[in-house]
Design a protein around this ligand. Structure first.
Ligand SMILES: C[S@@+](CC[C@H](N)C(=O)[O-])C[C@H]1O[C@@H](n2cnc3c(N)ncnc32)[C@H](O)[C@@H]1O
Length: 407
């Protein structure tokens, strides 16, 4: 069953309209459906604050999400995915754009490349599971002129796959830009990609409750294989299981830019020097010590999202009071803290006792979070979020197993 059939649909109107527009194009060989689509069905598009348009997803796992932030769809691409990159525009650049959607992230990358490069080449591999969503990218007004280049690449592939029929996009793709469009589950694509290839990976799925399969440890292990040593993965989420999965997959991690949300996203790289800013202290502590940090798992890169969510809930349950401190009342963040609220303190210390930590101000508590004394917002090769998280995990293990010498 493909993605379009699989998603239980309440919000499928726009996707039905897009599919029927391209079906009619095939039978009539007439360009009118495509040319008039946006004006006819404008209400199905979501106008965001910077004037660029988004669309709403199908219903997946009982949720519907807009593809982009209401703060600004194309601005989000520049702020979250392009700004944190440290491209050397004198060299050739290769980007993997996972969940390419309407093609905004690719278009922003092209715009920056054309502004900054002299005689280097850009390759973008776009991966998107839904033909209709890519086709929507052809129907929406281009928010920047470089989107017309992306549209041409999308149109070429939709014609090659017999979804679109007419060549209506007039922009030429520049000779120094190569865009490949994969229309399939990114978990399949990534397994076929060559190792050590990409300078950047844009990871832009729906949220983790809708698409946990695109945030799994095993998926990130593939990223680690295909990314270059100085490459950077960017994603918008600040979620603990996502960050822990990057660490388990052998990445360094850092805080991404804040745009349209309260918290910054996440950057990951094999090289700590590519990442300037540490995660906030309490995020590090929760990822390292609490069951909230347990990652999503998808061992064969083919499980469905409900199964992945259920398995993680089970694993969290088993880890709580066993290998991880309970996430209830954010217990781990009170380690090495004096607490005034007696009621909260009792709850926290009850959770800590189950992990052999007598109190928030015990030697054990100070020992586990000791590395946070050297916390600095600016990270470097030694002093960084990954190293601190691994250090705290190791110390918690020692305390729980009784291997900690209290003298
Ligand atoms: C938040 S939107 C991405 C927006 C996009 N980056 C843009 O610039 O317009 C998420 C996209 O992920 C796609 N998607 C969902 N599951 C996928 C999968 N397994 N593989 C590839 N794409 C997927 C959806 O169809 C949707 O277009």
């Amino acid at each position: 069953m493909n993605y379009e059939e699989n998603a239980r649909i309440i919000n499928d109107d726009i996707f039905d309209l897009v599919n029927s527009c391209f079906d009619q194009e095939k039978s009539s060989r007439n360009n009118e459906g495509r040319v008039n689509f946006f004006d006819t069905y404008k209400d199905y598009f979501v106008l965001t604050d910077d004037g660029s348009y988004s669309i709403k997803s199908k219903e997946i796992n009982h949720k519907v999400e807009t593809l982009h932030t209401s703060t600004g769809a194309i601005s989000e691409s520049f702020e979250k995915f392009i700004r944190p990159m440290k491209f050397n525009y004198d060299d050739d650049i290769a980007i993997l754009d996972i969940c390419a959607g309407l093609g905004y992230n690719t278009s922003a990358a092209i715009a920056e490349f054309l502004d900054n490069s002299t005689d280097s080449n850009l390759t973008v591999d776009m991966v998107e599971i839904s033909h209709a969503t890519l086709a929507c990218g052809l129907l929406v007004p281009s928010p920047i002129k470089e989107h017309d280049i992306t549209k041409k690449a999308i149109e070429n592939e939709l014609i090659a796959q017999d979804y679109a029929t007419l060549n209506l996009e007039t922009y030429e793709i520049p000779d120094n830009i190569d865009i490949n469009v994969y229309i399939e589950d990114a978990r399949q694509t990534v397994q076929r990609l060559e190792s050590n290839t990409y300078d950047a990976i844009f990871l832009d799925p729906f949220s983790q409750n809708m698409a946990p399969e695109l945030f799994s440890l095993e998926f990130f292990k593939q990223f680690r294989r295909v990314i270059k040593d100085n490459g950077i993965v960017a994603t918008y989420t600040s979620s603990a299981p996502v960050r822990d999965a990057f660490i388990e997959a052998d990445f360094y991690i850092g805080q991404g830019p804040i745009f349209g949300r309260k918290q910054g996203g996440t950057l990951a790289s094999p090289n700590p020097l590519m990442l300037d800013t540490s995660l906030p202290k309490n995020d590090e502590i929760r990822i390292a010590l609490s069951d909230v940090g347990i990652p999503f798992r998808d061992p064969n890169l083919n499980s469905d999202s409900d199964y992945i969510l259920e398995k993680r809930t089970e694993e969290r349950h088993n880890a709580r009071h066993n290998t991880r401190i309970s996430s209830a009342v954010k217990t781990p963040i009170f380690l090495a803290c004096e607490m005034d609220d007696e009621k909260l303190k009792r709850r926290v210390e009850r959770n800590l006792a189950k992990m052999n930590i007598p109190s928030t101000t015990s030697n054990e508590a100070y020992y586990i979070v000791e590395c946070e004394n050297n916390y600095s917002k600016k990270q470097d090769e030694k002093n960084n979020s990954r190293n601190r998280i691994l250090d705290m995990k190791e110390k918690l293990k020692k305390v729980k197993s009784g291997n900690y010498d209290n003298t």
